[in-house]
Design a protein around this ligand. Structure first.
Ligand SMILES: Nc1ncnc2c1ncn2[C@@H]1O[C@H](COP(=O)(O)OP(=O)(O)OP(=O)(O)O)[C@@H](O)[C@H]1O
Length: 398
């Protein structure tokens, strides 16, 4: 597999490196989920990580944050190699959110952010137990910072709500606020807009830009391409555990191997030119057919009166012989139409009384029953966010 080298902006290439992952490989038994991936993120950058399902994106994130110990390779943050221990990685300055939201669902919104703050508080166990002046001061400062972050993500008015009662989109924002509470220099976002509607996605876009403007570099996994290409200075594409391409949105969007990878067709070799020629030939053929059809229509319009007569004659079917006997002309056509209408009127009442109508009524009656089922299903859906929030407190490492 070949790798296209980066083609990022000048700003990006001159800024200091925040994250430097080199040769990261992660094997699970016989499966190599990530293979020799290099990736850097620089100060002030928003970098995207995309790829089809199962490409190894989350596994790579887990290697960066110490959840997994990479089989090979190493990860450095601001020039220091990170030990593969999540709390040490957070302490060093990398924070993350999870694909499956992980909040403390029975704690308040504010408490969730305070939990994220603990890596930055210096008060020890005894200080906390004795609740001395140092602890109280530190606690007040943490609360102030947490409220400031809730303001930043737009959740200040819900500080006292239980996390599980927040709508799905707000739970994602709360996760971001909690991650920011550790004062990171790099934020990793794993599918931050999953399950969001368009308006929520737009707000998240603005939020990520605002985070970058606060001096925090961002590495984001997302399946929403519009979101990624609008947001990111650089995008890396993972396919089957390997980095296929890395570059600006234009470079990545224009790379036919990326399109092929997403469509599930082979990307090695040179499929591009042949396929393009096929598409062009098909388009030329379709254009020629459309032109021929348009020409035929013009010709038909020129002969319109005669054709109208012919159509009227055809309406007198199913007695083609009679039609053939009839002289073509306006009067014959009008007679034929009148006859057809009379026949149709005569048949209409009978049709209205057919048992088919009764069947329809029965069907209508039946149709009301599934509706009750639908309502029940809707109720279940309403309960979904809380259920999701609960599940997130459990140890899903993905
Ligand atoms: N803990 C694990 N043990 C075994 N295999 C794993 C483990 N975690 C991930 N994998 C496998 O590694 C591969 C990459 O999975 P990963 O979740 O990293 O992909 P992804 O790109 O994040 O996918 P998606 O976009 O669907 O989240 C998959 O084949 C997955 O089944």
């Amino acid at each position: 597999m070949t790798t296209t080298t980066e083609n990022g902006a000048t700003k990006a290439t001159t800024a200091a490196t925040v994250l430097d992952a080199s040769g990261v490989t992660m094997r699970f038994g016989g499966l190599t989920a990530v293979r020799g991936v290099d990736l850097t993120v620089r100060e002030g950058e928003i970098v995207g990580l995309i790829g089809p399902n199962g490409a190894g994106k989350t596994t790579f994130f887990n290697c960066l944050t110490g959840l997994y110990v990479p089989t090979e390779g190493q990860v450095s943050y601001k020039g220091t190699v990170l030990p593969p221990k999540p709390h040490l990685v957070t302490q060093a300055g990398i924070a993350r959110t999870f694909q499956n939201i992980r909040l403390f669902s029975n704690m308040t919104v504010l408490e969730n952010v305070l939990v994220g703050r603990h890596t930055r508080t210096k008060e020890g166990l005894w200080s906390a137990l004795l609740r001395g002046p140092g602890f109280k001061k530190a606690e007040a400062a943490s609360r102030e910072r947490a409220m400031e972050l809730l303001e930043f993500v737009g959740l200040a008015s819900k500080a006292d709500h239980l996390a599980r009662n927040l709508p799905y989109g707000e739970q994602r924002k709360l996760e971001i606020a909690r991650a920011l509470a550790s004062d990171p220099g790099l934020l990793l976002l794993d599918e931050p807009t999953a399950g969001m509607n368009q308006a929520e996605t737009r707000t998240t876009e603005e939020l990520v830009f605002a985070i970058r403007d606060r001096g925090i570099a961002v590495l984001v996994i997302e399946h929403d391409m519009k979101f990624i290409f609008k947001l990111c200075d650089r995008v890396a594409v993972l396919v089957q555990g390997e980095k296929l391409v890395e570059g600006t949105a234009e470079v990545v969007q224009g790379d036919e191997r990326v399109v092929a990878a997403y469509l599930g067709t082979p990307f090695e070799g040179a499929p591009g030119a042949e396929e393009l020629a096929e598409v062009e030939a098909a388009e030329a053929h379709a254009e020629a057919a459309a032109e021929a059809e348009a020409a035929a229509e013009v010709a038909a319009e020129a002969e319109a009166p005669a054709e109208a007569d012919t159509e009227a004659a055809a309406d007198t079917e199913p007695e083609p012989e009679a039609a053939a006997d009839t002289e073509p002309g306006p009067k014959a056509a009008a007679d034929a139409e009148a006859e057809r209408e009379t026949t149709a009127d005569a048949e209409a009442p009978a049709a209205a009384e057919t048992p088919a109508d009764e069947d329809a009524t029965e069907a209508d009656a039946e149709a009301t029953e599934p509706e009750a089922g639908t309502e029940a299903a809707d109720d279940t859906d309403d309960a979904a966010p809380a259920a999701d929030a609960d599940s997130t407190t459990e140890g899903d490492s993905k």
